[in-house]
Design a binder for this molecule. Structure first.
Ligand SMILES: CC(C)(COP(=O)(O)OP(=O)(O)OC[C@H]1O[C@@H](n2cnc3c(N)ncnc32)[C@H](O)[C@@H]1OP(=O)(O)O)[C@@H](O)C(=O)NCCC(=O)NCCS
Length: 160
């Protein structure tokens, strides 16, 4: 069973050690970078980023980082939304259906609106990242046509 669990003193180093394949290295920041970024967010932003270790039964297999954007400070427009800023399954556990299940859990969590209302979820990925692009499309994400500063395509899922 796939679960999202809090990062704790017991599992944070294991989370840092999760890795994607060499070919996927350019598609996503390392987990250590994401955790460092979360620390800066914690010191400066109103709400903490939502970082979770993904478990299959009791084995850590991946990492996800979500955040909430208010209508004022929004990089996507002027509506309140959630963003999935990192999503990865360790290379040892890819291709087994866990990514799909973990992404479904992440959306379920977003739909509880843990940090506030939202009318959409945004995600971005490099055009070459076909596996991620297809995965998100199966959940109803549609490309907006916009590209972010890193050259990633932006896709949106309407919640209302
Ligand atoms: C994207 C990612 C999370 C998918 O995780 P996963 O556990 O391998 O995904 P699943 O096993 O649930 O597979 C989902 C779909 O992708 C397909 N797939 C997975 N790996 C694949 C591969 N290497 N080549 C082709 N198809 C692949 C599966 O067949 C499945 O397709 P289906 O829906 O038609 O059955 C994983 O590849 C990853 O961590 N990539 C590197 C990090 C990254 O790019 N994250 C996204 C940044 S935006």
């Amino acid at each position: 069973m796939i679960e999202l669990r809090k990062i704790t003193w017991d599992n944070w180093e294991e989370c840092i050690n999760l890795k994607v394949t060499e070919e996927q290295d350019n598609f996503i920041a390392s987990n250590i970078y994401s955790m460092a970024q979360s620390y800066v967010a914690l010191l400066n932003d109103e709400l903490p980023p939502m970082t979770y270790a993904i478990y299959n039964d009791d084995i850590m297999i991946g990492f996800v980082m979500l955040y909430h954007e208010t209508s004022e400070e929004n990089e996507y427009g002027d509506e309140e939304c959630y963003g999935v800023c990192r999503f990865m399954i360790d290379k040892r556990y890819q291709g087994k259906g866990y990514g799909k299940e973990a992404f479904a859990k992440s959306l379920e969590l977003i739909k509880t609106f843990p940090q506030g209302e939202a009318s959409a979820v945004y995600i971005s990925y490099y055009p070459q990242n076909i596996v991620a692009k297809n995965l998100y499309a199966t959940f109803g994400f549609v490309e907006t046509g916009a590209v972010n500063d890193d050259g990633e395509l932006i896709a949106k899922l309407n919640l209302r």
